[in-house]
Ligand binder design. Structure first.
Ligand code: GLN
Length: 451
């Protein structure tokens, strides 16, 4: 069914960069045989799952939607991919994304636009636009995305589905092609909070090959979603977000409606403020490009990835020319912009003014969350200021595109888990998302409240 749905959807939505139908059907048959033989199967036995093309898969390409990695086949699986296989999931393919996960609309992909299934003139959000669109289009019930500044939650909101960014360190980053290592997390996208919780339980856990992986017991998120009793839970309402400039009235109403539902279920709503919120986007857009400029230095044309030829199609012998031409051809404009911004922010004479200052502000932002979570158990606000925007609306104006992350980057800077869930529609009949934050390692509480 998934393969048939993908074949119907792909010409319209272009959510996938790679699907190998025969390989998937062969795996499905193997699982069926094991089931028939009475073997105990994993938690996701036979469930089709799509994987964002930034996660390494040894039997499929891993392109990061970049010309740089157009022909790259990793020799190993990312830990999360290993875990999917151990759970007997069927990995149906890889999904389209903004190049190297830099963007909020999937428009920077080398492999073309992904269309929002709710309105194909609109973006699915990004950078995990394919991972959200493939679920929203009904091709698979679950997918894996990654979130550095909102890339799971914003596309989930734009596509009317649920997405979870776990606590930093909760899910292994081994085999995730790094964008900004201190912010990146892998997480689930699905129709419902329960389905997200099920996938989160499969991918979470300590793993020594990621030096930032947290060596703490995981929580049972799916089990937590079975209770709808929120009595005694204190939910902090981010009033300040509702009053921000450019926030659509429908997005505000969706949050207020959700607050009412929480109250009806026994939770208490308390207004709360994160005082340094206005510095979130500027801080993120210093730290993320800085880390990106360092991480992306590995794509030099020598080790792997695209290697440019000279005008006659021959190898370029001069090393510096080979680097420059390979990177010049291999990377798109947004990636180059980030590399230049990051290199500047880290350079001698400017690092104190930009990168080191951003690190200090990041501490203040974390402090805001610590203080808030002394008073409340969860935070509630909008995921995005508006519903999905049209293609071309923001792609030529980087600052407008960066402002898509207004409400989401705080969770990455603080390392706390956050989730977007569907919360109705605006006047254009486009889906809206609401956004919940929880304290570090409280994914179970988050999934319970979301469910
Ligand atoms: N939109 C943000 C950016 O462009 C976030 C991307 C992400 O989370 N990968 O950096």
């Amino acid at each position: 069914q998934a393969i048939a749905a993908i074949e119907a959807s792909q010409p319209i939505h272009n959510a996938y960069t790679h699907v190998d139908a025969e390989a998937v059907l062969a795996q499905a048959q193997q699982i069926d045989q094991r089931r028939a033989a009475g073997e105990a199967l994993g938690a996701l036995a036979g469930v089709p799952v799509a994987v964002k093309d930034v996660l390494c898969t040894k039997d499929m390409p891993t392109t990061c939607s970049s010309r740089m990695l157009e022909n790259f086949r990793p020799p190993y699986d990312a830990t999360v991919v290993e875990k999917l296989r151990q759970a007997d999931a069927l990995i149906v393919g890889k999904t389209n994304m903004d190049e190297f996960a830099m963007g909020a609309s999937t428009e920077t992909s080398y492999f073309g636009l992904t269309k929002n299934p709710w309105d194909i003139e609109r973006t699915p959000g990004g950078s995990s636009g394919g991972a959200a669109a493939c679920v929203a289009a009904g091709t698979v019930p679950l997918s894996l995305g990654t979130d550095t500044g909102g890339s799971i939650r914003q596309p989930a909101a734009f596509c009317g589905i649920t997405g979870l960014k776990p606590t930093y360190g909760r899910v292994s980053r081994y085999g995730l092609v790094a964008f900004a290592s201190s912010l990146d997390q892998v997480g689930p996208l699905a129709w419902s909070a329960k389905d997200c919780a099920l996938l989160q339980d499969v991918i979470a856990g300590f793993e020594p090959r990621d030096s930032t992986s947290l060596d703490v017991p995981t929580e049972a998120c799916f089990a937590a979603t079975q209770s709808a009793d929120l009595r005694g839970m204190r939910v902090g309402l981010l009033r300040q977000s509702l009053d921000s400039e450019g926030v659509d009235a429908a997005a505000v109403q969706a949050v207020l409606d959700a607050a009412k539902v929480f109250t009806d279920l026994g939770a208490e709503i308390i207004d709360i403020d994160l005082p340094h919120r206005k510095y979130w986007v500027p801080t993120y857009y210093v730290i993320a490009p800085s880390e990106a400029s360092s991480n992306l230095s590995r794509f030099d044309g020598a080790h792997y990835g695209h290697r440019a030829k000279d005008d006659n199609g021959n190898e370029i012998n001069d090393l510096v020319s080979m680097y420059c031409k390979s990177r010049g051809e291999g990377f798109g404009d947004e990636v180059k912009r980030r590399i230049m911004l990051g290199t500047y922010a880290l350079s001698e004479g400017y690092a104190d003014e930009y990168y080191n200052k951003a690190l200090k502000v990041r501490r203040l932002i974390r402090g805001d969350y610590d203080a808030a979570f002394n008073d409340v158990d969860l935070l509630l606000g909008p995921t995005t200021p508006t519903s999905a925007f049209k293609f071309g609306e923001k792609v030529d104006d980087p600052v407008q595109m960066y402002l898509c992350d207004l409400f989401t980057v705080g969770a990455n800077l603080a390392g706390v888990p956050a989730m977007s869930l569907p919360a109705g529609f605006d006047q254009l009949n486009l889906p809206l998302g609401i956004h919940l934050h929880a304290p570090a390692l409280q994914e179970a509480r988050l999934c319970q409240a979301a469910a």
